[in-house]
Design a binder for this molecule. Sequence first.
Ligand code: SIN
Length: 267
Amino acid sequence: MAVAISGIDLNRPDPATHGALVDALHENLVLCVRGQSLTPVAFRDAMARFGTPVQRKQLAATPECAEVNIISSEDRDELGDGKKLVNGASWHTDDSFMREPCSLTMLYGVIVPSRGGDTQFVNMYAAYEALPAETRARIDGLKVIHRYQSSRQTNRVSQRPAEEMAAMPEATHPLVRTHPETGRKALYLNANRMEQVVGLERAESDALLDALIAHAIEPRFQYRHAWQRGDVVIWDNRCTMHKANADYPEDERRLMHRVIVAGTAPV
Ligand code: SIN
């Protein structure tokens, strides 16, 4: 899982290189292109070659480009208690509270701390395939309700205005999804957004979701990305989970630009 590539300038599109990057992403699930220098517009345009960038209001956007969001060590819960907020600090897949979650996420390391601030990933194909056959038979076909503000939430998310919340009602997704491009099955979990397995009592649902999360995040399924300034990391939310780490020195900054591209309803 995960591959890093150097010697490519994403400012200069080239169809053959792009095809190779798409293949590398499908094979490795997480793709890092090192040494980039991209304005927000150039970042958006480079990522638009992988899919259609979509806007999300839960994160601030750059003034230059509304499709480029900001993840920063200075993030606060502006509409809530105003306190510092670490976006993405628990295991999740992006956007699962949406009925059509994004397919890919791209994060560009604009300012990275001297140590810490890694992003961890898990391979959800491998986590699914490693389950005992009887567990796979039990969970294939189950569905889970996902919510922006889930009662099982392990990491606080920012408060949003009522009209925005109304535009993202809960979504029901399969617990095991089939990747639309590779045809492979993957666990589809989000520790921060899953509410309950449809048809199971609360306690049974909690026990199943907790056990599946504990299994999926075992170190054998993980890759940990240590950021270098100028890295563009692209991952496939349909077959991975990830989490941010806010363990860098308090007086250092971490600034990421982020683009997501449209996906389809999980099946
Ligand atoms: C995210 O969850 O999209 C952000 C991950 C990070 O900041 O490392």
